[in-house]
Ligand binder design. Structure first.
Ligand SMILES: *Cc1c(COP(=O)(O)O)cnc(C)c1O
Length: 347
């Protein structure tokens, strides 16, 4: 691996971060806080939240088997994705490499930050070879993005190829595990200490059922996390979000229950889906959604909209011609979808 200094934008490496009142005094013994120009009324929302979300990280660390210094929390994983570009990629100079098709935010953040985005097409099984991604890199490639289980294809990527990337690429490898809780394959978190160039992304938006609170996690070496902390907005995770996350973390068994129910429904819905006349095939999935190839995806999408049922039309995405991405909902919602699709006639 290139040194972290070589990978980091020089201005970011040299940056002296903004030091907030809550950074300079973070003890709890004091009882009179006249340091942050807060309003003394309207407790508890009058106080700035903990910029490093320590109480929350103390709950996440044992759950994920990492140390608190390995955790960055942001306004959705989208914040962590954006920070990768802002921390490491010089606008107009550096580039990143990613699989295609995949989650759209990597490319959006690349373009916002004026960083070249190089896509490498997956094979027909929606898998990649490390050597293919590595053939796209040059001396200005700072990061490679992979997503496993992948969105919109749903499958987990081959573990051996991801590890091969981590070993052979001398820049950062971002592995987006937004759907890992639905997956039968293991998270890469256990290998965090083995790969200093690994950044794992997870989120509260999917299995944890908290998309509205906007809380994403990045796991990496303490050195990488320190760079994220240096350039993030000081109070990037608000108090209400921290409080709600602390609340849901008290009930991991509820989340396990949701995941199990969704996995059972996923199996049932896919089994029924392949029997539909409009279905060409369903693709294997490790997530809380599946990709299905149908006859005339756009026609079926529009028909479902007219029935008040919204799925994601992915027909214009690479390798996803005539494909719909279908999220697993409640049993009732899934039934509504299947019943509506039974009525579709195919010539
Ligand atoms: C849904 C999703 C996320 C979640 O993003 P948040 O900003 O945390 O809501 C991240 N990555 C992928 C691939 C996703 O599909």
């Amino acid at each position: 691996m290139r040194t972290l200094k070589e990978l980091t934008r020089p201005n970011v490496w040299a940056l002296k971060p903004y030091s907030s009142a809550r950074d300079e005094y973070s003890g709890v013994e004091a009882s009179v806080f006249l340091d942050a120009n807060e309003n003394p009324y309207n407790t508890p929302n009058n106080r700035y939240p903990d910029p490093l979300q320590r109480e929350l990280k103390a709950l996440i660390a044992p759950l994920k088997g990492v140390k608190e210094e390995n955790i960055f929390l942001g306004n959705g994983s989208d914040e962590a994705i954006d920070l990768v570009f802002r921390a490491f990629c010089r606008p107009g100079v550096d580039n990143v490499v990613a699989i295609d098709p995949t989650y759209g935010m990597y490319q959006v953040c690349a373009e916002v930050n004026d960083v070249e985005y190089r896509k490498m097409l997956l094979d027909v099984y929606y898998q990649f070879k490390a050597s293919s991604l590595l053939s796209a890199i040059d001396e200005n490639t700072k990061a490679i993005f992979v997503c496993s289980p992948n969105n919109p294809t749903g499958n987990s990527l081959c573990r051996k190829e991801i590890e091969s990337l981590l070993k052979r690429f001398d820049g950062l490898v971002i592995v987006d595990e937004a759907y890992i809780d639905f997956s039968s394959s293991e998270s890469l978190l256990k290998d965090l200490d083995k790969y200093p160039n690994l950044i794992v992304l997870q989120t509260f938006s999917k299995a944890w059922g908290c998309a509205a609170i906007r809380l994403g996690m990045a796991f990496a070496s303490p050195e990488i996390i320190a760079i994220f902390n240096k350039i993030k907005y000081p109070y990037n995770v608000n108090r209400l979000t921290q409080e709600e996350a602390i609340k849901v973390l008290q009930h991991p068994e509820t989340i396990k229950g949701w995941v199990n129910t969704l996995l059972e429904e996923r199996a049932r819905v896919m089994e029924e889906f392949v029997k539909l006349p409009c279905c060409v095939r369903v693709f294997p999935t490790d997530a809380n959604f599946f990709l299905a190839k149908v006859y005339e995806a756009t026609q079926i999408y529009n028909y479902l909209v007219s029935e008040g049922i919204i799925v994601r039309n992915r027909t214009n995405v690479a390798l996803c011609n005539d494909c719909l991405r279908i999220t697993i909902g409640t049993k009732e919602e899934n039934e509504a979808l299947l019943e509506a699709l039974k009525k579709v006639e195919v010539e």
